[in-house]
Ligand binder design. Structure first.
Ligand SMILES: Nc1ncnc2c1ncn2[C@@H]1O[C@H](COP(=O)(O)OP(=O)(O)OP(=O)(O)O)[C@@H](O)[C@H]1O
Length: 640
């Protein structure tokens, strides 16, 4: 009886919310009559499949059912349990709705053979469970987003027969076995990582070269033809007077000369970098040698790379060259590569940070750099340039230098040195207990001092607020005294929306309200960093204290109970004679995390206090290894 009842209940079960979404969709879009979604259960409708409990729609397959027009937003995007969505071979037009990003469980998305336009929405690159993505045979425009790399489970990516433009990003997805971007408007060279796909995956893109396609010529990218100008000129040609024709001929001559000159200078620069590709034919070499004005090493870039509409061949050539420009700042670190090289590099995601994703990029010539793709930049191009230029000038051993940037409407990239030793965060918290060598006290002190010195320099010389002091932004070098703080001064590029949770553990309480970091809030974050070194606890660790209180409050509560020793990292207990130093550093840290900003010390004072702790140790205990001397750590003793 119970069995019967539950079967009945199951039969009557209805995915109410999904039904509403489906009805909202079908009522707003013309379709064939055979698609009669009536009063019966949504689970029984043509094209709809529910899960076993009939509580959610998991497949929606509506291929070739005469759907016409724009996919209404606020409808299919609400089918949160959907795993397969097929709307292929209809006459759907307009953009792919941004709310498809809500389809978090989606594994297959088939939208091919429609009339969809607009760019590939960034929301699609968040559907990290996608295995198959087919957007082919539409009118999609814009660039293929680099963030497609987020789709780490993808086995098939079909983007052919659209109007996608720009460079092909290095798509480094291990599982990808089927890939097609043929018949688009892509340009530039095929990234090495994609070279193993056959030519049929790439054909039909006039400006795409390298890999299975014919090799790239030395002009990169091939200047795009100026679409707007010609027809207009063509139609008015007949009406032009002789004088006008002569004037045009002269102007064209001058323009041609200018192009030649530009190309000459540019190639001279490229040749200087002894690139293999620069075996240009001698005849063209003169012309090629040219593009040098745009060395990419200068920092002034006045045109809007993304928007510059030209109307003339010259301007279009310049715009094409500009679009490709990576701007080196400061001393540039002796690098000599350009955006093309960067796009050809094999890239590995290092991690997603609060302001974007960081990639380790290994260039073909072997250089390794870190590329940070910024998201949600809220300042104008000019402001961006000015700010990044000024950050590029900041120089200190304990600050990670910013080497280059790229700015376009769709992409904002920053390039840094790659420090292979990783971050303090990974050293401190990575695989604890499993036979790893703990970070000894002297090393912790040296790293803390290095970070402090970097921050102190930032506050005093260029007077820049760091805004994001945390352990994952303390990058290590073999010589721990040269550890470097990274990601400084970037907060001003973004809006003042609430900072993401991951920085929450380091954020000074007042920043919650003001949303703007200050020198004093940096001091607070630095204090949290010191507490992290002392306690071995990650400040944003959910398990911190039963009530999830933050690290400073937790330390305060333990210290107040006079259990100071309980605060320290158990991994430090094996080192003898360090308790006094630890207590002294704890006091410095506690001063930094004072609630009232004005009562916190300034960074130079903090560094001074830390240096005093170190020098006191040096003079009191000659037997103990000296911080900063670079020698080996004391042998671990047994835990007391
Ligand atoms: N130049 C670098 N060399 C080596 N590793 C780096 C470098 N820059 C970042 N990383 C590491 O890559 C990972 C991601 O860094 P990223 O800066 O994107 O995020 P984050 O530090 O977690 O957050 P935020 O963006 O707020 O700084 C981190 O573990 C970081 O330590």
């Amino acid at each position: 009886e119970t069995g019967k009842l539950s079967t009945l209940r199951l039969l009557r079960a209805e995915p109410t919310q999904d039904r509403t979404a489906l009805l909202a969709f079908i009522n707003r879009i013309p379709h064939e009559r055979r698609l009669r979604w009536d009063n019966s259960s949504a689970c029984d409708w043509v094209g709809v499949t529910c899960d076993d409990n009939r509580t959610a729609v998991v497949f929606l397959r509506l291929p070739g059912v005469g759907l016409i027009g724009t996919i209404p937003s606020g409808t299919l995007g609400n089918l949160s349990a959907l795993r397969v969505l097929s709307l292929r071979s209809n006459r759907l037009s307009g953009p792919i709705p941004a709310d498809f990003r809500g389809l978090a469980l989606l594994r297959s998305l088939y939208l091919q053979n429609n009339l969809l336009s607009g760019s590939i929405p960034s929301g699609l690159t968040q559907l990290t469970r996608l295995v198959r993505l087919d957007l082919s045979g539409n009118n999609l425009t814009g660039a293929i987003p680099f963030a497609i790399n987020n789709l780490t489970h993808l086995t098939g990516l079909f983007l052919q027969n659209n109007r996608l433009s720009g460079n092909l990003p290095p798509i480094n997805i291990d599982s990808l076995v089927a890939f097609n971007v043929s018949y688009n408007r892509l340009n530039g060279s095929i990234p090495k990582i994609l070279e193993h796909f056959s030519a049929s995956s790439f054909v039909g893109n006039l400006d795409l070269c390298g890999g299975p396609l014919p090799p790239c010529n030395p002009f990169f990218p091939s200047p795009a033809p100026s679409p707007a100008a010609n027809p207009v000129n063509g139609s008015s040609k007949k009406k032009l007077s002789k004088a006008a024709k002569i004037a045009i001929a002269v102007a064209a001559g001058v323009v041609l000369l200018l192009i030649l000159l530009l190309l000459l200078v540019c190639l001279a620069y490229r040749r200087r970098r002894q690139r293999a590709r620069d075996k240009a034919a001698k005849g063209t070499a003169a012309a090629t040698a040219a593009r040098s004005g745009d060395t990419g090493m200068t920092s002034s870039s006045k045109d809007d790379l993304s928007g510059g509409v030209s109307g003339s061949g010259t301007a279009s050539a310049v715009a094409a060259a500009e679009r490709n420009r990576l701007v080196f700042v400061g001393k540039g670190g002796g690098y000599s590569f350009d955006l093309e090289d960067l796009l050809r590099a094999s890239a590995e995601v290092l991690g997603k940070g609060s302001v974007g994703t960081s990639y380790k990029a290994v260039l073909e010539e072997g250089t390794t750099v870190v590329v940070k793709r910024l998201k949600d930049v809220a300042v104008s191009k000019r402001e961006f340039e000015v700010h990044i230029e000024s950050l590029g000038k900041v120089e200190h051993d304990n600050l990670l230098p910013l080497r280059a940037y790229y700015y376009s409407k769709d992409e904002k990239l920053l390039v840094f040195d790659y420090l292979p030793a990783g971050s303090l965060s990974s050293l401190l918290h990575g695989s604890r207990g499993s036979g790893r060598t703990p970070l000894d006290w002297d090393s912790r002190m040296r790293i803390a001092l290095a970070a402090g010195r970097g921050l102190s320099h930032l506050h005093t010389a260029p007077q820049v607020v760091h805004g994001n002091v945390k352990a994952s932004n303390v990058l290590l070098r073999t010589d721990l005294d040269s550890a470097a703080l990274s990601d400084f001064g970037l907060h001003t590029l973004f809006g003042t929306t609430a900072p993401p949770n991951r920085v929450a553990g380091y954020r000074a309480p007042e920043v919650l309200e003001t949303r703007r970091p200050t020198f004093k809030s940096d001091v607070y974050s630095f204090g949290v960093l010191l507490l992290e070194l002392l306690t071995g606890k990650a400040p944003n660790q959910a398990s911190l204290g039963e009530d999830g209180i933050d690290l400073p409050r937790w330390v305060q509560s333990v210290v107040r109970e006079e259990w100071t020793a309980e605060v320290f990292d158990v991994e430090l207990m094996r080192y003898p004679n360090i308790e006094e130093e630890m207590v002294q550093l704890l006091q410095v840290a506690m001063a930094c995390v004072a609630i009232v900003p004005d009562t916190r010390p300034d960074l130079p004072d903090v560094v001074r206090m830390m240096e005093e702790i170190v020098s006191r140790t040096e003079s009191n205990d000659e037997g103990r290894r000296v911080v900063g001397s670079g020698g080996p750590s004391p042998p671990p003793t047994t835990t007391p």
